[in-house]
Design a protein around this ligand. Structure first.
Ligand code: MLC
Ligand code: AMP
Length: 505
């Protein structure tokens, strides 16, 4: 294989690094800057460390660490060494991590030093051969071990169909599924977005998203790397800090909650956005009202796009043409999107149907779930997204709902079944239904409706407190309503639509 044929995602991305490797790649604030040379050398050291561990081909590197530039270096090093990166939400608790480690059987686990006490027994139980720590302040055993390694590394050659990442997405049945993404899936999407959104040398990305999901990890970072652009890097989103930093940036990516919070700041306006050329929104629906208010306040039309862990980005509003509020735009070049009725026939304009997608971006399947994978693909190779949508007369797609029972809160997905199974196991609980209700800040708020066993004395605060120890805080219901019974249809199925109406306010 010739060097330029290497489809390893790192090789693809590094082709965009600037000629001047002494310029800034990541500006993490407080004088902490990483040049492109630093990125190459430090990722080489970690890649050398992993290579020396002689991990089997396709070995998984599972990572649950706080956001930091070193966490990006760890990601890039894993790609360079030809292993499979498996990012995990920092909000996940022990029971959740136990499931992922047991399911993915990683050869390496990297956790934050603060979590070592509870991650170590999990790693031991699942016989994980190598456990490292990585702190957000450049501490931990990973960097200590890598410090002894050489700072040059020849990136492993990978085929387009070789596995690069496993991204877990919540499962409709309560069990999370690992979406297997290849170097080719991610690389092709990165290149497409690079062209479509006109990434250019001299762009500056303000990066405030978490880096354990495709939005912050792939969409944002890859665009900057491919165009050799500086990233202004902050560990988390804070609206006031964003307004302070935006004048130095040209590109920002966020979930709708971030745009709502920017608009809540009286000081936010055209002055903060004076050098901005692109605001991108995704992961959850951007309300047309937010789009319009944003334009009124700043003169900027937010570009909304649509994607999934299984497919990376699928559609986008155009860079130059009309960005239509309430739509997710047009299929990206090279990606086929169709909206079909129950019989699989293409829907006409304004007809609602199921959204399906096919293309080089679409994942190869769910980790060790061949049956589930088969169910989610049509005979002609389209992936069933579980989203419902419709085309308008101009060929723009709108997402009008989901056939999957899913709540999206502040850009994070929560599957009601998972929360219901925890609630139903609680003492005194007969049954439960978990729904999403409109929420000004998070878009949807997780809400539980619980029926107690006869004579049981349930208490909202106690239920919430009990859940907190088990599941990530963003999944914990903001409210728990105690009722005598759940509304059911004649088939005995809980009528969640009635509950959504009842608790909408
Ligand atoms: C935090 N909390 C949330 C929450 N985020 N509750 C519900 N939904 C959320 N998304 C809770 C915390 O548990 C805590 O509760 C309280 O809010 C404050 O926590 P925080 O850490 O201070 O929150 P904050 O920093 O304000 O976070 C809000 C946020 C964050 C919107 C900035 O959630 C975020 O960064 N979201 C982005 C998610 C994302 O990147 N999604 C991409 C998925 S990829 P308590 O009670 O403990 O105090 C994808 C594909 C695609 O979907 O197309 O992109
Ligand atoms: P995830 O499984 O975390 O990757 O989330 C993917 C889901 O997020 C999609 O199936 C959609 O339901 C939702 N999503 C992503 N982008 C948008 C958007 N712009 N508008 C509405 N929903 C979106």
């Amino acid at each position: 294989m010739r060097e330029r044929d290497n489809q390893n995602l790192y090789a693809v991305l590094s082709a965009g690094f600037p000629a001047d490797r002494s310029s800034c790649c990541i500006d993490a604030g407080e004088g902490l800057r990483y040049t492109w040379d630093d990125v190459e050398r430090a990722s080489a050291m970690i890649a050398n460390l992993f290579s020396r561990l002689a991990l089997p081909r396709g070995a998984r590197v599972a990572v649950q660490v706080d956001k930091s530039p070193e966490a990006v270096l760890l990601y890039l090093a894993t790609l360079r060494a030809g292993y499979v990166f498996l990012p995990l939400n920092t909000a996940y608790q022990a029971a959740e991590i136990d499931y992922f480690v047991g399911d993915a059987e990683p050869s390496v686990v990297v956790c934050s030093p603060a979590n070592l006490g509870w991650v170590e027994p999990i790693a031991r139980r699942h016989r994980v051969p190598h456990l490292f720590t990585l702190g957000a302040d450049r501490t931990g055993t990973l960097l200590e071990a890598a410090a002894r390694e050489a700072d040059r590394f020849a990136t492993v050659r990978s085929r387009a169909d070789e596995l690069a990442c496993i991204v877990y997405t919540s499962g409709t049945t309560g069990r999370s599924k690992g979406a297997m993404l290849s170097h080719g899936n991610i690389g092709s999407n990165a290149r497409t977005l690079h062209t479509y959104w006109r990434w250019r040398a001299g762009d500056v990305l303000l990066h405030m998203l978490p880096i354990f999901h495709v939005h912050g990890l792939f969409v944002a970072i890859h665009g900057a790397l491919l165009s050799g652009s500086t990233m202004i890097w902050r560990a988390r989103f804070d609206a006031k800090e964003a307004i302070r930093l935006l004048p130095r940036a040209t590109v920002f990516m966020g979930v709708p909650t971030m745009y709502v919070r920017l608009l809540d700041e009286p000081g936010f306006g055209p002055q903060a956005c004076r050098n901005m050329r692109l605001f991108v929104s995704g992961s959850a629906p951007l309300l047309p009202d937010t789009f319009r208010q944003f334009e009124e306040r700043t003169g900027q039309r937010i570009l909304e796009r649509y994607g999934m862990s299984e497919t990376a980005m699928i559609t986008s509003n155009p860079y130059d043409g009309n960005r239509a509020a309430g739509t997710v735009g047009l299929p990206l070049p090279g990606i086929e999107v169709r909206v079909v009725d129950d019989a699989g026939r293409p829907c006409g304009t304004d007809e609602i149907g199921a959204i399906q997608v096919r293309g080089p971006n679409v994942f190869s399947g769910y980790w060790r779930m061949p049956e589930k994978t088969k169910e989610e693909f049509t005979a002609d190779g389209f992936f069933r997204t579980g989203d419902m949508g419709k085309w308008d007369a101009n060929g723009y797609l709108s997402i009008v709902g989901r056939s999957k029972d899913l709540i999206i809160t502040g850009g994070y997905n929560v599957y009601p079944k998972e929360i219901e199974s925890y609630l139903d196991e609680m003492e005194g609980v007969l049954e439960s239904a978990v729904i999403g209700v409109p929420h000004r800040d998070f878009g949807e708020a997780v809400t539980a409706v619980v029926v107690g066993k006869p004579g049981a004395r349930l208490d909202e605060a106690a239920i919430i407190a009990a859940l907190r120890g088990h599941i990530a805080a963003f999944k914990v219901p903001k409210r728990v309503h105690l009722v005598d019974e759940l509304p059911r249809n004649t088939m005995g199925k809980v009528q969640k639509n009635l509950l959504r109406e009842r608790y909408a306010t």
